[in-house]
Design a binder for this molecule. Structure first.
Ligand SMILES: C[S@@+](CC[C@H](N)C(=O)[O-])C[C@H]1O[C@@H](n2cnc3c(N)ncnc32)[C@H](O)[C@@H]1O
Length: 301
């Protein structure tokens, strides 16, 4: 395993929360540098099994030589289908540590970071065609507006969308530098913060991160054994809200304020973390990436 690939966040909290059964079957939906997976494996005995998903082939360099590990080079939105392909119908625990790894972020040619002069790419899975530049090229003004507003909370998302639609007709934007130059005239407030928000929105869009998360969550009740645990680590409020609502109500809707409006549903989960678990002071000092991490855990009833 490459030690600088990624530092796992909320490591001990996640492992404790999964309440690992030594002979259980576990899924790490987001293998990355394999930090969390390594922790799960250390608590499994010879009878245990770990299915590790990652859609980025770079993560495959980190697969440990361990017979108990099955690596699945696919999007975790295919969770149930991929497990079935391995004759597995139910598992004891599922982990997803969402977003990108430090490795992806720090490799300039992947195009995730505003710091480098790479291509405007941002694909986690390079087998897929559409890149961030592809989104800028093909989305309508309304789609771009919605993307920057919803996934980046960009203050002037409407202006930005209109500007891009105008400028893309005659400006080059294949690289991050060119893209930054193109949006220069509409950058508002702190440029670093603004760019980070624009890039976050594009990344979520390119990788259909919200779609993949919802698809995966919807399969959890069917895939998880009774008493099995699911742990999800999110890095922004849009994802956290989706996870919170799903654990509470088995759906993605906001809880209606009017109690008369609420429909009684059969509960699927016991919520283990009433409030999301966040990083300790000590972890925050050690790993700045843990700043926005929120861990939620639920147990299937
Ligand atoms: C934050 S990192 C996980 C780090 C890991 N927990 C560790 O300890 O090293 C997220 C990883 O999940 C992968 N990933 C994100 N979304 C995915 C998805 N929908 N399907 C499969 N892999 C995904 C990314 O490629 C990345 O390698």
């Amino acid at each position: 395993m490459q030690s600088d690939y990624h530092i796992p966040v909320l490591y001990q909290e996640t492992l404790d929360g999964l309440a690992i059964k030594p002979d259980g079957v576990y899924v790490d939906c987001t293998f990355g540098g394999g930090g969390h997976s390594k922790g799960i494996l250390s608590q499994l005995d010879a009878g245990g099994k770990l299915f590790a998903f990652d859609q980025d082939i770079d993560a495959q360099h980190n697969i440990p030589a361990d017979d108990r590990v099955v690596f699945v080079a696919q999007n975790f939105r295919h969770l149930q289908r991929m497990l079935r392909m391995h004759q597995v119908t139910e598992v004891d625990g599922i982990l997803a540590d969402l977003g990108v790894s430090s490795h992806q972020f720090d490799e300039g040619d992947r195009g995730f970071s505003t710091r480098f002069a790479g291509p405007l790419d941002m694909r986690m899975d390079r087998r897929q065609e559409n890149t961030a530049a592809g989104i800028v090229r093909s989305y309508t003004e309304a789609q771009l507006h919605k993307l920057f507003e919803q996934y980046g909370e960009v203050t002037n998302s409407k202006t930005l969308a209109r500007h891009l639609v105008q400028e893309r007709k005659h400006q080059q934007f294949a690289t991050i530098e060119q893209f930054k130059t193109m949006i220069g005239p509409v950058v508002k407030g702190n440029p670093h913060k603004y760019l980070a928000q624009v890039f976050q929105a594009l990344r979520i869009g390119v990788n259909d991160e919200m779609g993949a998360l919802k698809d995966m969550l919807q399969q959890v009740p069917a895939v998880l054994k009774k008493g099995g645990r699911v742990a999800i680590i999110t890095f922004h409020s849009i994802e956290d809200r989706v996870v919170k609502n799903f654990f509470r109500q088995g759906s993605f809707d906001e809880t209606p304020d009017n109690p008369l409006m609420s429909v009684t549903k059969e509960e699927v989960f016991t919520i283990i973390t009433k409030k999301p678990v966040i990083a300790s002071e000590e972890e925050l000092k050690r790993n700045t990436r843990s700043r926005s991490a929120k861990l939620r855990i639920a147990e299937k009833i």
